[in-house]
Design a protein around this ligand. Structure first.
Ligand code: HEC
Length: 129
């Protein structure tokens, strides 16, 4: 009986520790910074590919798809924003949907597809960052 109590106590303390650790982690890397950092990473990599003239269709498609998925997290990452912010997010979603659908197979095509995406990032930043 006593041993069982200790096991239960141990589990409770462990769960509390895990909760504290998780919330500390979340404060260290806020979700909204993470979402933006991941998008920045993929945009940077795609632009570097254009500059290096290495625009493999499959590589671009994969990266654009990951960028699109991350953009889908913007609204959850910024829960307290107004309707204009949601529209700016939707503009980015639409630009990325178009880029994914275009499936660019050349560097010129990729640059053309990225232009409205970059514009969508910038226009939201001008207003809300
Ligand atoms: C709907 C609005 C919106 C869109 C669209 C948007 N951002 Fe942001 N972004 C913000 C806001 C707001 C901040 C400031 C957040 C903060 O200070 O933590 C920000 C901050 C950033 C930062 C700085 C992050 C940091 O740690 O301070 C980067 C990098 C970034 N965005 C990249 C991008 C890229 C790349 C895109 C397009 C693919 C994009 N953003 C699209 C709203 C947006």
């Amino acid at each position: 009986m006593r041993a069982l109590l200790f096991v239960i106590l141990g589990l409770a303390v462990g769960a509390m520790g895990a909760t504290f650790a998780l919330s500390a982690l979340r404060q260290g890397t806020p979700f909204h910074d993470g979402v933006m950092a991941v998008m920045q990473h993929h945009m940077g990599a795609l632009r570097a590919n254009v500059r290096a003239k290495q625009c493999d269709a499959k590589v671009s498609a994969e990266r654009l798809a990951r960028l699109r998925l991350t953009a889908g997290d913007i609204r959850e990452a910024f829960p307290d924003m107004d309707a204009g912010f949601a529209r700016a997010g939707a503009t980015l979603d639409a630009a990325l949907d178009a880029a994914v659908a275009a499936a660019p197979a050349s560097c010129d095509g990729l640059a053309v597809a990225l232009k409205p995406v970059g514009d969508a990032c910038q226009s939201c930043h001008q207003q809300y960052r």
